[in-house]
Write a protein of this length. Sequence first.
Length: 208
Amino acid sequence: MISPIFFVFSLIVSCSYALHVQDFCVADYTAPQGPAGYSCKDPAKVTVDDFVHSGFGVPSNSSNVFKFGFTPAFASNLPGLNGLGVSLGHTDVEIGGVVPIHSHPGATELVVVAEGSSIIGGFIGSNNKVYQKILNKGDTMVLPQGLYHFFVNQGTTPAIIYAAFSSEGPTVQLMDTSLFKNDLASDIIAKTTLLDAAQIQKLLGGTN
Ligand SMILES: *[C@@H]1O[C@H](CO)[C@@H](O)[C@H](O)[C@H]1NC(C)=O
């Protein structure tokens, strides 16, 4: 018969062993990707550099109509994040620039304004209620999972906003393009939005 003390001892040893071997699962970009994320890199080949991302010190490319730029530190470019369920992004919003209305279907976002002032941050609840506030340097705002949100830099200086996500690879749906620049036939968009073809054509040039 196994003594209870021995049983507890073996349980502790096996648990700490299990925790030890599962410290992390650094992404192996060369191996197949499964539904849970990337395959794990051989732990013997993991180095500290797998856990470090550089690049937030330089502005993101904001040469676009919205005048904002975004640099991700996601599992796709910071392999140590794989499996950990968090990530970070760096957003630059030029004077007069905006982060267009978008959502992250699988992630809550937590932002902090690192530079700038008079930035409208807002999100829209599923009951269509808008929650918006003027944010200044040092302010933090949480954008609940899946809800449409946006930023408008009304200030007189460029803004830098850091965004943490509750996902290592948050997906993004830009409202305008998902509605009016998708693969759906315009007549179906017309039927499902109650807009007419001319209106759809006017909105981002329509689709098909
Ligand atoms: C910035 O983005 C624009 C538009 O995508 C592109 O044409 C341009 O080459 C980019 N600039 C740099 C420095 O990467």
